[in-house]
Ligand binder design. Sequence first.
Ligand code: SF4
Ligand code: SF4
Length: 105
Amino acid sequence: MKHSFIALIEDKCTSCMLCVRECPAWCISLDSHTIDVTEEGARRPRKVNVLDSFEIDYSLCMYCGVCIDVCPFDALAWDEHRALVTTNREDMLLGIVELGPSGSS
Ligand code: SF4
Ligand code: SF4
């Protein structure tokens, strides 16, 4: 497995913040909000986190894989078919769209 790119599977992410806290380089950031989801037969609404933003700053990332290992929901995974190639530091900050399976990096 080539460790060249970390992909985010957005619909698996619960915004639990584990990857953000465990990343030794502090290069992951995310924002989320909470909504109430009412399910049929439930006595009260369930609180669900909705991801607003998720970013990895690849100018700081060490490709250690800690974020992938700690994610309890398999929302992060190595993508050996992609690699970030740029000479511009600003282009190394990737968000939900770029990190997603259909990202263009
Ligand atoms: S691979 Fe390591 S340094 Fe890079 S985002 Fe994940 S935990 Fe952070
Ligand atoms: S550890 Fe996984 S589920 Fe939790 S915020 Fe990070 S990517 Fe999302």
